[in-house]
Design a binder for this molecule. Sequence first.
Ligand code: PLP
Length: 227
Amino acid sequence: MTQITDHLAKTERRVASSLTHAGRASDAVTIVAVSKQHSAEAIAEAYAAGQRHFGENYLQEALPKMDRLAGLDIVWHFIGRIQSNKTRPIAERFDWVHTIDRERIAHRLDAQRPADAAPLDVLIEVNLAGEAQKAGIAANDVAALADAIAALPRLRLRGLMTMPPAASSPAESRLQFDALRELAAELRPRHPTIDTLSMGMSNDFEIAIECGATMVRIGTAIFGPRG
Ligand SMILES: *Cc1c(COP(=O)(O)O)cnc(C)c1O
């Protein structure tokens, strides 16, 4: 058994036990294996162990790996910052985008999503801590962006994503995860396609699962430390 196989199995067990602990269904969470700064070989190893969802942050790094792995049945998630002049490869190559935080990006992805592909599954990234430097839209502006996205035929609004500041205590992270769940619940009557909460990383996914996460984005715990 390789180290990645072993770490993946351990991560799956931790996810399963968090779900049990929270009284949630055993299939309620999808693990997105965050493979940034890890090789195509590392991805192939996790794939061989059954992992199908992978997340990448940087296009320049992701595209060659996606080319190498083109034969595999991988669901690709874009989880990095989106530059507006680089939306086309995201619209063409990815299945999910977790980091939409402005209307301009949503319009470009909609226009560039190929007609023969399924609509692009998208999440709105919410900046709940109000950190000035950080990506993500303020909670107060989410409803308007959700309406704008719902009007775009080539995008499918699936939910919300957040990432607490790196220095957050477990208690602070929990407040933000609870807030994201409540925000999604407020949007759902108007946007019934919302079924996804992307929250939780290697250091806080157990808390996120208790708070209702349906996707956890896990890098280090599966692939080890990044360069
Ligand atoms: C890198 C990254 C992750 C994974 O972080 P780990 O701490 O390695 O699990 C998750 N989400 C986003 C948006 C990231 O950039």
